[in-house]
Write a protein that binds this ligand. Structure first.
Ligand code: FAD
Length: 330
């Protein structure tokens, strides 16, 4: 059968849909429009049919629903089985899944069972209207190049995308169709049981939700100087971010790292202090709304993407900004 339709897997936990689902629906809408096909959300769970309304508002034309007590908690086997069953019956052209812990687990299994390709951690997705192929762009070779990957023959074309890579679309009133299917799996057939959930303890670093991030790099020179970054973040009510060298030097824990091997962020304001702007760092923060770069090298690549650039010694500029911010915000 001719494959058609763009699908987005709906991730949810504790009665709430993960924002990455809406971000993917936003991008999926664009892809489906370019392909002149429909956008569908793939919703699996127990007692989740009420989510359909929200999924329509974020752009879905259709919701494929499997509602079954076996799907109460996420487990790889029944979820992958459910998606594969739907995909074999309705043959989508494209499936998008969030590159979260759950999504990374699920996507590989689904791609393997459907005998198709999967591009993980895409940073851009687009359609070539002549060939109808999905162009899946992601950093490759240690981030030194951006590779565009095509899945030319197998279907569906599958990609995962990290949270915050695509913007959250505006919800709009919209109606759609729910297509319901049976899971057809008994609890006894599932090889895993959820015994209990334990919440991670300790202070969380909520970089992905932060509206203001002050990030420091190697240019700070020492752990003591890195304190200047923390001070400005405190005064602005923001969160501290870092480049990989700052993390590797032990100035700040890994949870603060931004970039290809760290977090992807999209704050309203990103202040890059003593960060050169290597591509591996940029892929994690270039979608920030306003980027302020402070660097003593006027040719630093970070200035190419900065909204405002300050050429100067970070050890002089940072304390001056912090003092002024303290005065203004007092
Ligand atoms: P540098 O590139 O050394 O830049 C320091 C900057 O500070 C320079 O521009 C310099 O002009 C400026 N400076 C120095 N002194 C001062 C001063 N007194 N005042 C003002 N400015 C000053 N990096 C990440 O950040 N995140 C990642 O997730 C990541 N993943 C990677 C994955 C792979 C596979 C690889 C190969 C690399 C990865 N990297 C990552 C590393 C990346 O390639 C860069 O090396 C790193 O981003 C550079 O960090 P930086 O800008 O802090 O340091």
């Amino acid at each position: 059968m001719h494959a058609q339709g763009v699908w987005v897997f709906v991730e949810h936990l504790g009665g709430e849909i993960a924002p990455v689902t809406f971000e993917l629906l936003g991008k999926g809408r664009e892809l489906a429009d370019d392909l002149e096909t429909e956008l569908a959300a793939v919703l699996l769970g127990d007692g989740v049919r009420d989510f359909a309304e929200q999924l329509f508002r974020y752009g879905a034309d259709k919701v494929y629903l499997i509602d079954d007590p076996v799907l109460k908690d996420y487990r790889t086997y029944p979820y992958a089985k459910g998606i594969v069953k739907l995909a074999q019956k309705y043959t989508p052209e494209i499936i998008l899944i969030g590159a979260t812990t759950l999504g990374r687990d699920l996507a590989g299994v689904v791609a393997t069972w459907l005998n198709t390709g999967l591009t993980a951690d895409c940073t851009e997705l687009s359609i070539d209207k002549t060939t109808r192929l999905l162009h899946q762009t992601r950093p490759a070779f240690g981030g030194n190049i951006m590779a565009t990957i095509l899945c030319k023959t197998a279907r569906p074309q599958m990609a995962t995308v990290r949270p915050r890579v695509f913007p959250l679309p505006e919800p709009k009133p919209r109606i759609g169709v729910v297509v319901e299917e049976e899971l057809g799996i008994l609890e006894e057939e599932v090889p895993t049981r959820i015994i209990k959930y334990e919440e991670e303890k300790g202070p969380g670093v909520y970089l992905d939700k932060a509206e203001i991030i002050v990030a420091g790099g190697r240019g700070l020179g020492s752990k003591k100087n890195f304190r200047l970054v923390e001070e400005l973040a405190e005064v602005l009510g923001g969160v501290v971010g870092a480049s990989r060298p700052a993390v590797e030097a032990g100035w700040v824990p890994y949870a603060h790292q931004i970039g290809q091997t760290g977090q992807t962020v999209r704050p309203k304001l990103y202040i890059a202090c003593g960060i050169s702007g290597a591509v591996q760092h940029l892929v994690g923060m270039q979608m920030s709304e306003v980027i302020v770069a402070i660097n003593n090298d006027p040719n630093a690549p970070i200035f190419n993407i900065a909204t405002y650039g300050i050429v100067g010694d970070i050890l002089e500029v940072l304390p001056a900004i912090t003092e002024e911010a303290r005065r203004v915000l007092a």
